[in-house]
Design a protein around this ligand. Sequence first.
Ligand SMILES: [Fe+2]
Length: 319
Amino acid sequence: MPARLERMFHCDPEVFRQNFNHLPHEVKHTLMTHPLFKLPALAELAQRVAARKNPHHSQGDIHVDQETAQANRKVDLHDWSKKNDISKLVEDIENGKTWIILKHIEREPGYREVFESCICDILDLTGSKIVEDIKWFEAILFITSPNRVTKYHIDRECSWLLQIQGNKDIHFFDRSDKDVLPDEELERYWMFNDSFSAIYRPQYESRAIVYQMRPGTGVHSPVNTPHWLQNDNNVSVSLSINFQFHESAWENLFKANYYLRRIGLTPMPPGRNRFADRIKSGTYTAVQGVRRKIKKIPNRPAAVARQDYDRIVKLLASR
Ligand SMILES: [Fe+2]
């Protein structure tokens, strides 16, 4: 049986029970003093992630977004070509206008143990039965230059963003507020996997739930909760602990509604009528199944993600 690590993630159980995957709420953690999250260690980590021979994502597990000083334009460096310079970019983060995303850092020694400890702390609060509904887990690290803004968007992950260094404000909106997030935007999101299908409406900014994140604090972001972020005048390091649900039934409802709307109908939003939802999702799933057979689309999660999932299930059982 593995040694029990000290608890790194904390949340009032009642606050967690009332809000989990429903509304954002604050959490606490102990990672702000951890040596693996200091900039020199993160520069090494970035180099390792950039050099991966078998990344989780076909375009690589590192994403760099810079604003050029000359034209104040964003340069998308998704196809990051200067992999040897990535550690320098991290070291110079204070002087740039850079946003670095390191994906699946739980694959790296040391970070894996931190991630597994946090996710087990979270699963203690959810109850272990939820693992049956989870497709895979992930730890993402964000390193951000002073004053950077992260644009308004929605995500498919159920996540906890833990602030480790620097301060930033995160503005959340209630995903059930249809003025803020109309169903058409959710349908486009699930149809095209486009995080920016959610459109920011400044007239509703007063409805935002704003958290001032400081080292040691964190926030829970339920699936599809709209949000945007503003860094303070300092370097920010944040860790996102997240997982994805087996969401095909839910996802297929939005996709089915997307097609119904295209032929001029006004489909009922998911969640209003369970029976109708089941029929609609089942029909869409059946049609998609036929299409998969014809096109031979692979429908299996990556083997590595599966192994990581199995490790977490075993760890959880041993606690
Ligand atoms: Fe996000």
